[in-house]
Design a protein around this ligand. Structure first.
Ligand code: FES
Ligand SMILES: [Fe+2]
Length: 461
């Protein structure tokens, strides 16, 4: 690490000095939150909308991050992003999803208007302004940097930041292989959690919590688990026959699907159910491999037969690294399993509240009729309408936020083996707050986007 880098990192309050320790104040300190607002969010690529939210010309939506707001609008020449403020006296122009194909954007205050491509088309009583104030370039809507990947529009407030693909790194290829760009929404929920945004993300960045938080899944682990016996000294699911191993995988995937309300889609579970009692070797690893080989093949066939834009799951599984959770710094997740995925986006609201969104995504035949939601259904985080698994995850979070303040708690202690994803992205945040150069940050971001259960990694500083 260069002396300059060390010096800049030293200015970060509550910085991560030991990669296995995350200081508690990072999750509630107002000054730290302000530094994220100033130094992190204005420089990163942010998933701003799924393109299917705005399918027709004139369809628009609003993406907000803290006090910033961007309009995303579909025009004849593609989806554009504009800063969401009237060029006269700053009124927010779009406040939610809508369609402006007929009238463009109209300011509700004094009626100035813009074409959906951003050009100003009307100023009421022009003659009362100094002409130089109404210079065309000045009163057209201000474009915001935009790029596209995986069926989503991403925005960046920093015109000098490295490109979206340079920031994503190899995760982009892994997700492209699984046709992430062709995924379509099945449903979209949102909730406000009484926790810091980072705390909410971290509940989904390790599988170590499954034993206690999701016992219904833990008990269906056909291969036992990597951590050894649990508190009762139980080492689960040893000595199964080949058939029993297969059936336990079917049970696990079905329970994961119902528990997530997706991720393993109902149509996939129906295919897997047909593999129940399949003959397989008694060696649990061999039985597992035999089961997944068949499952991948059958789900692929079923998707193709239904006309879905499928990929060859067996081929992709053999050739492309797989992670059950893929994280795209700073706040977007895709969770692949077979062909369907779940997806999360987490945004800070205040130092101790955040907005958590979940999508269930599927590869649906292009011509299948479907009413795509334009907005999420917003539920209380403890609503029984949330699927079981996120509800279980959410239940810990308010207690964790309280515990951080309880006194006597200085830092989180992370497993260097399985909780590395948390340490890796937290140290990248320090890089942003320290103002390290954009190339270094993009490289670190590629290393951070390395998938679930990753160990603590060298991110370059
Ligand atoms: S503030 Fe928008 S037209 Fe005046
Ligand atoms: Fe979980």
């Amino acid at each position: 690490m260069s002396a300059d880098t060390t010096l800049s990192l030293d200015t970060v309050p509550f910085k991560v000095t030991n990669p296995e320790h995350i200081p508690a104040q990072r999750y509630y300190d107002p000054e730290f939150f302000e530094l994220e607002r100033e130094k992190l969010w204005p420089h990163v690529w942010q998933m701003a909308c799924r393109l299917e939210e705005i399918p027709e010309v004139g369809d628009y939506t609003q993406y907000t991050i803290l006090d910033k707001s961007v309009i995303l609008v579909r025009t004849k020449s593609g989806v554009k992003a504009f800063h969401n403020a009237c060029r006269h006296r700053g009124v927010r122009l779009a406040t939610g999803p809508g369609n402006c194909a007929k009238q463009g954007f109209v300011c509700p205050f004094h009626g100035w208007r813009w074409h959906i491509e951003g050009q100003n088309t009307f100023v009421f009583g022009k003659q009362v302004f100094s002409p130089d104030l109404l210079d065309k370039a000045e009163i057209n809507l201000k474009p915001c940097r935009i790029d596209f990947w995986a069926g989503c529009a991403f925005i960046n407030f920093d015109d000098d930041a490295p490109s979206l693909l340079d920031s994503l790194g190899p995760v982009a290829e892994r997700m492209n292989a699984r046709h992430a760009d062709k995924l379509k929404m099945d449903w979209w929920y949102a909730t406000v959690l009484p926790t810091n945004w980072k705390l909410a993300m971290e509940a989904f960045q390790e599988g170590y919590h499954t034993m206690k938080t999701h016992p219904q899944l833990h008990q269906l682990s056909a291969l036992g688990n990597m951590y050894g016996p649990d508190a009762d000294g139980l080492s689960i699911n040893r000595g199964l026959s080949g058939k029993q191993t297969v059936n336990m995988h079917v049970d696990f995937l079905a329970r994961l699907g119902s528990g997530m309300g997706g991720m393993v889609h109902d149509s996939e579970v129906a295919v897997l159910e047909r593999l129940r009692d399949m003959d397989a070797p008694d060696d649990p690893m061999e039985a597992t491999m035999a089961f997944y080989a068949r499952a991948n093949e059958e789900v692929t066939k079923d998707g193709l037969a239904r006309g879905a834009p499928m990929f060859d799951i067996s081929k992709v599984s053999a050739e492309v690294e797989f992670h059950a959770v893929e994280f795209m710094f700073p706040h977007y997740f895709l969770l692949p399993m077979l062909a369907a995925m779940s997806s999360y986006r987490i945004r800070p609201l205040t130092p101790e509240t955040c907005l958590f969104e979940i999508w269930s995504l599927v590869l649906r035949p292009e011509d299948e009729e479907f009413e795509t939601p334009r907005e999420p259904i917003v539920l209380p985080y403890n609503s029984p309408d949330f699927p079981e698994i996120p509800r279980q995850d959410y239940s810990n979070l308010p207690l964790q936020q309280l515990g951080l303040h309880a006194g006597g708690f200085e830092y989180m202690r992370l497993s260097k083996e399985t909780e590395g994803m948390i340490s890796n992205y937290q140290r990248l945040i320090d890089g942003y707050i320290a103002g390290l150069d954009p190339e270094t940050l993009a490289k670190a971001s590629q290393a951070v986007n390395c998938g679930f259960e990753a160990p603590i990694r060298d991110i370059g500083f």
